[in-house]
Design a binder for this molecule. Structure first.
Ligand code: CMC
Length: 431
């Protein structure tokens, strides 16, 4: 492996240093390129640009590998809890029993939101999308915890804000759901663990306590863990970019939630079910929709298919498909959308268009089937993704602000607009 890369521009050769990661990923360090050569690099969509060095998550899209802090996702999904996974991502190692107990207990202490914040929910129309409400509420937390949002937080401040956010986010999500169906808010119960407490706040009513079902809790555990981090994706990069200005954690994560909402990112789980609904209504004509997805003029894409990084298979999708089948079987649920999704996948995976472009089901293709089985409404699907991704966003924000090499994120551009010309007074402009 050479230690330097030579870049030739015209008759000049520039020697650029190389970086190598622990998994032998190679990068040309162009951080001095502009001052050396006057040139910048051009990489729309950042497909070839490393924005940071990170020790949190490793993924190899060609081989379908995903690891959190070095541990394969398959092992974590099988053996860990969501809180333990959050600890692993944020603090860099698996917790001891004492550390985990302390971490879990602090969640019960901080599950409630400030009573005044409840008024915000009443200001939204019933039709307000819960992702918009979630983002606004998370940003609003900065107004309620001013002591935690100073630039240059101490280690203790960071520990406190991490727990406040992770714990309160499920309360905010459940409250926004209750608001959307016009039901009273249900308060968290301190004796319940993370996922059962969320289900309780979502589905209990003042008159009827939700019956916590272990199979449902387990399916949700797997889903949240699989969504917990995915290195420099669109929303995580957003969190890092916003946080690089020293914006506080709540503000940075609120921006990440907005980025996740888009249909090409975390909003895709909602889009998949809407697509299946559309296909079903149209008589189950899969071939028609496959053809539409292949036609670039149709503006239709197979939602839940394709990934910027995975070019073989998405290991998360594999586990989620299996979990969906298991949960439906255990609960005796027949969901016609599962059969439709399986058929769609089978047909697409044999089609040369998808094969040649290496398009496979991603994390969003089957997750909606599980949410439906649990009774989570369609517009809450991206919110579930956001709850799951919270530890990853926090871990990246923490890694970034603790790294002395961090600089404010500020890409450059190639200007393609008008050359200099003078201001034209109104009476001289064309009518
Ligand atoms: N259906 C049909 N064609 C597709 C699809 C799709 N879902 N995805 C990519 N393509 C085609 C695309 O038209 C292009 O074709 P061509 O080479 O002929 O121009 C080729 O495949 C490469 O696509 P791209 O848009 O350059 O790939 P990208 O890396 O920029 O986009 C993606 C990745 C995930 C945005 C895209 O695959 C997509 O839009 N998928 C559907 C939305 C979706 O499921 N998003 C969830 C992503 S996973 C969860 C997360 O982490 O956010």
């Amino acid at each position: 492996m050479p230690e330097k890369a030579n870049l030739i521009i015209g008759d000049q050769t520039y020697e650029l240093p190389m970086l190598v990661g622990t998994e032998n990923e190679k990068a040309i360090d162009i951080s001095k390129l502009r001052s050396l050569s006057g040139c910048i690099t051009f990489d729309p969509g950042f497909g070839n640009t490393g924005a940071c060095q990170s020790a949190i998550t490793y993924l190899d899209g060609e081989k379908g590998i995903l690891r959190y802090r070095g541990i394969p996702i398959e092992q974590i999904a099988e053996k860990s809890t969501f809180l333990e996974t959050a600890y692993l991502l944020i603090y860099g190692h698996l917790p001891s029993q004492t550390q985990l107990t302390k971490f879990s207990q602090s969640f019960s202490d901080h599950a409630s939101i400030h009573e005044d914040m409840k008024n915000f929910f009443n200001g939204y129309p019933l039709s307000g999308h819960p992702m918009g409400i979630l983002s606004a509420m998370v940003c609003s937390l900065s107004g309620y915890y001013p002591e935690l949002v100073n630039p240059g937080p101490t280690k203790e401040d960071i520990d406190k804000i991490v727990v406040q956010l992770l714990s309160k986010v499920r309360t905010i999500c459940a409250f926004s759901y209750k608001k959307s169906i016009g039901e009273s808010f249900v308060y968290p119960r301190p004796e319940l663990q993370y996922i059962p407490n969320f289900l309780h706040m979502m589905f209990s009513t003042p008159k009827r306590e939700y019956n916590i079902d272990d199979d449902v809790v387990d399916a949700l555990r797997i889903l949240l863990i699989l969504h917990a981090d995915h290195e420099q994706n669109c929303s995580t990069s957003t969190v890092r970019l916003v946080g690089s200005s020293l914006a506080n954690l709540f503000a940075s994560i609120a921006a990440g939630i907005c980025a996740l909402w888009g249909p090409l990112h975390g909003g895709a789980n909602q889009e998949v079910i809407e697509m299946l609904q559309m296909i079903q209504k149209d008589g189950g004509n899969i071939a028609k929709y496959i053809n539409m997805a292949k036609d670039h003029n149709s503006n239709f894409r197979l939602m839940g298919f394709g990934h910027r990084v995975y070019k073989n298979f998405d290991p998360r999708a594999k586990i989620i498909k299996e979990t969906a089948h298991n949960l439906l079987k255990k609960k005796g649920i027949k969901d016609p959308f599962l059969d439709l999704a399986v058929k769609l996948e089978e047909i697409a995976l044999k089609d040369s268009y998808f094969v040649e472009r290496k398009l496979y089901p991603n994390v969003d293709f089957y997750s909606g089937i599980i949410y439906r089985a649990i009774g989570i409404p369609l517009n809450m699907f991206p919110v579930m993704f956001a709850i799951g991704r919270m530890p990853g966003w926090i871990a990246h924000w923490k890694e970034m602000i603790e790294d002395p090499a961090t600089k404010i994120g500020r890409p450059r551009q190639i200007y393609t607009g008008e050359l200099r010309h003078d201001y034209i007074p109104m009476d001289q402009r064309p009518k």
